[in-house]
Design a protein around this ligand. Structure first.
Ligand code: GDP
Length: 288
């Protein structure tokens, strides 16, 4: 797969995050609720293992609600970790975010011991959307002060609650092959960095097993659960009229249709991994 860290960028981001982490009580990591494990940043996990953590499963409006619950329970079962689901339509993200952080770090409150929180996430996970919505409400933005690097934001969500935005870019890192496909399907990887047809076939393979009824309803097809991925891609192409000359299906065009439908939630509310599957994929990757 095409996305990997460039070592120079990695070291720079790592140092910036390490510097910022010094005075931080809680690290919020924004994850994509459709692929919570694949959208996590493994470097961050290594650096923040001793910190209290809040996982935000964002874009929950696009994810399978039953599986979002499973993921939230999974994270809540880890030490010093809480998780909440969120989406851009959430009316009071600040309140939910503040309460969840206070719950895991009750020792920090009051003006002399403000709770200091760092928010992180890979690109496209929805961090700017959330920060804008926080800024749009009662939060105040403070720039240009000592200790705040250029481009970094500090947002005072309450008198004793300070949110810092991560300096630098935290790109995803692909630990397992399926994670790469899931990131690509979600749109977290640039268009040119991947083979859309291959990504779509992997996506369809997963949907055939896990969400056949959604696919049938979206494309008005029958028997999806019995199809192979390439048969399904072809059937969708015919159904949607994505054809080349001579009655052949335009697979590239069909792949684009499926990816767009998946990304905007038109196929349904879909989650591409469960905690058990992720564990199995990791075990498999380590064996190879
Ligand atoms: P950033 O790169 O992490 O700052 O991500 P952005 O905030 O720019 O969001 C990336 C894309 O995801 C944008 O098109 C947003 O409109 C969209 N987005 C962000 N949050 C949500 C959400 O909760 N639900 C849905 N459906 N889309 C979202």
């Amino acid at each position: 797969m095409a996305i990997q860290w460039f070592p120079g960028h990695m070291n720079k981001a790592k140092k910036q995050v390490a510097d910022r982490l010094k005075g931080i009580d809680v690290v919020i990591e924004m994850l994509d609720a459709r692929l919570p494990a694949s959208s996590a940043n493994p470097m961050l996990a290594g650096m923040t293992s001793k910190k209290k953590a809040l996982k935000i499963l964002n874009k929950q409006d696009l994810a399978d609600p039953t599986r979002t619950r499973v993921w939230i329970d999974y994270y809540n079962g880890l030490n010093d970790t809480r998780a909440i689901g969120l989406d851009a339509g959430d009316k009071s993200p600040a309140q939910r975010l503040i309460s969840a952080c206070r719950e895991i770090a009750p020792h920090r409150s009051g003006l002399d011991k403000p709770l200091r929180v760092l928010i992180c996430g890979i690109p496209n996970v929805g961090k700017s959307t959330l920060i804008n919505s926080l800024l749009g409400r009662r939060a105040a933005k403070v720039g240009n002060e000592p200790g705040i690097t250029k481009g970094e934001q500090r947002i005072d969500l309450a008198d004793d609650f300070i949110l810092y935005d991560t300096p630098g870019m935290l790109w995803p890192k692909i630990l397992v092959e399926q994670g790469g496909y899931n990131l690509a399907a979600s749109g977290a990887v640039g268009r040119n960095a991947l083979d859309e047809e291959e990504v779509t076939l992997e996506l369809l393979k997963y949907l055939i097993v896990n969400y056949p009824a959604d696919v049938e309803a979206r494309y008005k097809l029958d028997g999806v659960a019995e199809m192979l991925d390439d048969q399904l891609l072809e059937a969708i192409g015919r159904r949607r009229g994505a054809m080349l000359g001579g009655g052949r299906v335009n697979f590239q065009k069909t792949a684009e249709i499926v990816l767009t439908d998946f990304r905007d939630g038109t196929i349904g509310r879909i989650t591409l991994e469960t905690p058990e599957e992720w564990k199995d994929w990791l075990t498999e990757a380590r064996r190879l």
